[in-house]
Design a protein around this ligand. Structure first.
Ligand code: NAD
Length: 267
């Protein structure tokens, strides 16, 4: 039985994760859940908060008060994820990281802190998106840079980072298929007199509105045809189930930095 700790457990994803663990009867057990200091939900039963019924796990603000565990699942914010990584590394826990929006420096620090831990980090834990990432790489190989490549993403109005981690992962897959570095070809914004589109660039566009769970589309556009690889998430539970699946998988792995493609056997 995998003993799981969830950080940010009263957040949008945190509540889903609590439900996903509770519904995975016999595979995983929730032993602890935390939130930032000052949260209005501290002291609540996290099962009740998540709509999963009473679980007997109280939301706290300190990981050191949590009983022994095997895996920490973190869907919080970049700075908080670094703090949680230090705890995981120091206490021999594996870590599943869904938090997005890290700067390159924060990402390097995260990898450094967790260099001796088993870790699954993914910008998107849905099976469908991970399949789409592979299809995009394959399309980029076949179509080449003669097709203009654009990536579009849409999310709810509360999302704080852009483009989404998933859109960037799509960009990296596309760039890998073309044998180039995304940093050299990405165009993240267009405004005013931009000049004509440069061949080989990968453009990103972003929409934020309402309660959109997550939509991503990679487009390959030629003069005569357009290929679109489109993914629409309709319920956050898809990410939570994927993350809990990753946590269960992590229990049998040695130290290393893994992706959802490893968990799903897509590599
Ligand atoms: P949210 O704001 O609803 O939840 C984040 C929670 O983390 C909040 O409740 C916040 O109080 C808590 N938190 C912040 N600092 C903390 C700390 N130091 N200790 C404990 N808790 C702390 O946001 P969300 O929509 O749930 O998204 C969270 C993150 O997950 C974002 O980075 C988002 O982009 C990412 N996300 C990833 C995937 C994926 O599949 N990888 C899917 C959805 C969201």
């Amino acid at each position: 039985m995998m003993r799981v700790v969830i950080t940010g457990a009263s957040g949008r994803m945190g509540r889903m994760l609590v439900r996903a663990v509770a519904e995975l009867d016999g595979t995983a057990e929730l032993v602890g859940a935390t939130e930032r200091a000052g949260s209005e939900w501290l002291g609540s039963d996290v099962g009740e908060l998540a709509g999963a019924g009473k679980l007997g796990v109280v939301l706290g603000d300190n990981l050191t008060a949590v009983p022994d565990a095997d895996v920490l699942i973190d869907f919080t914010a970049p700075e908080a994820s670094l703090m949680h990584a230090r705890y995981a590394a120091g206490h021999g826990l594996g870590m599943v990281i869904g938090t997005t929006g890290h700067t390159p420096d924060e990402l390097a620090e995260l990898r450094d802190i967790l260099s001796a831990s088993p870790v699954v980090m993914a910008a998107n834990f849905s099976v469908g998106v991970n399949l789409a990432l592979q299809l995009i790489e394959q399309a980029a190989v076949v179509l080449g840079a003669d097709y203009d490549a654009e990536i579009f993403e849409a999310h709810h109005k509360h999302k704080v980072d852009a483009p989404s981690g998933t859109a960037l992962a799509m960009g990296r897959s596309l760039a890998a298929g073309r044998g180039v570095d995304l940093n050299d070809v990405a165009v993240y914004a267009r405004e005013g007199i931009t000049g004509a589109r440069e061949a080989g660039n990968i453009g990103f566009s972003v929409m934020r509105a309402g309660s959109i769970v997550g939509e991503h589309k990679a487009m390959f556009v030629a003069d005569e045809e357009r290929i679109e690889i489109n993914h629409i998430a309709t319920d956050r539970m898809v990410f939570a189930k994927g993350a809990v699946r990753a946590a269960a998988w992590l229990g049998n792995q040695s130290a290393g930095w893994y992706g959802m493609d490893d968990v799903l056997g897509l590599k």
